[in-house]
Write a protein that binds this ligand. Sequence first.
Ligand code: MN
Length: 245
Amino acid sequence: MIKQTAGRDGLGDLAPKFAQLNDDVLFGQVWSREDRLSLRDRSMITVVALVSKGITDNSLKYHIQNAKNHGVTKTEMVEIITHIAFYVGWPHAWAVFPMVREVYAQDAVNAKEPLFGLGQPNDAYAAYFIGQSYLNPLTTQGVAVCNVTFEPRCRNNWHIHHGGGQILLCTDGEGWYQQWGQSARSLHPGDVVYIPPEVKHWHGAAEDWFSHVAIEIPAPDASNEWLEPVSDEEYNMLTQLQTEE
Ligand code: MN
């Protein structure tokens, strides 16, 4: 269930019924039907609908940001606008690009250079991540060691390291590590995580940027098995629990 207060915050005094319908029905009952359509898909569709209508106010910016929060990359957003330009009208597409630039530029500004370097966008494994991650290979000889940086709320899918397991050395920001069936562990610079082989788990950022060095423990038949994403519902629960603590 999404908790939305934009209607009440902006219009509660002037149009309380409209505010209630916006927060409780549109967001509370329609957006929340994630079993029917994911938040990522809903956010993309909403951006397309607003651009089609020629709406370029704060509501569009909110929904571009929302799409970004649900894993739509800058490359994908630019492609969406380019694609729909032919259908919704060229000027509508022109009008939205500055907003896309603004929403996605905030990342680059907020990204502090991690201790072991940001590296490049992790395009090769993007399918197994929600949000944008960056990979900086540190050694490939002997033991494979690389630095992984996650933008805020970015996390990898549930996965299993077969054979060798993995060690994480946390260097920057704030993150999460969770083993299947256990509560998540909050991570900070200096924390070390040993992930045994054959254990289903995920790791990623909290509300801040997060970097860890990942050491792949060598084994004769080591391999990674990628599983389902960590849903927004699961992920938001962590933040809620942390706030209540
Ligand atoms: Mn792992």
